[in-house]
Design a protein. Structure first.
Length: 130
């Protein structure tokens, strides 16, 4: 978990944790009335990114399992919110981190959990061989 790719993955999660938290905080404080669903979902995304980042840094068996769950929930969230942002655009008048499958963040929110799950699976398998 603490090799080059693992560190890079953790860094990207850390950047997303910071950016999603800052965005959600601003949206919740200053603009909540404009799009409460979208902005609440941005806050949920921020919490998941924070949790994943912390668990990737810790890297023990329990944090590994939590990180897998966080990445899976993150991916499911991006898919569900992505679909809902197209089928119910009135609820997403303002974008969230996961709206339109993370298009506002270059679709990184769509790809990042898949990379995270792959990495966690890879290091999990390696740990079981040792």
């Amino acid at each position: 978990m603490h090799s080059g790719p693992g560190r890079a993955l953790t860094a990207v999660y850390g950047i997303f944790a910071l950016s999603a938290t800052a965005r959600a905080g601003y949206q919740l404080i200053r603009e909540f009335d404009f799009a409460p669903i979208a902005y609440s979902l941005s806050a949920v995304a921020a919490v998941i990114y924070i949790l994943a980042t912390i668990c990737l840094v810790i890297g023990n068996r329990i944090s590994h399992r939590i990180a897998v769950a966080a990445c899976a929930i993150e991916f499911l969230g991006v898919i569900v919110v992505g679909i809902l942002s197209h089928t119910h655009p009135e609820d997403f008048a303002k974008p969230s981190v996961w709206s339109n499958f993370g298009s506002g963040y270059g679709f990184v929110p769509l790809v990042l959990p898949l990379i995270g799950l792959w990495w966690l699976w890879r290091v999990g398998r390696r740990a079981h061989r040792d």
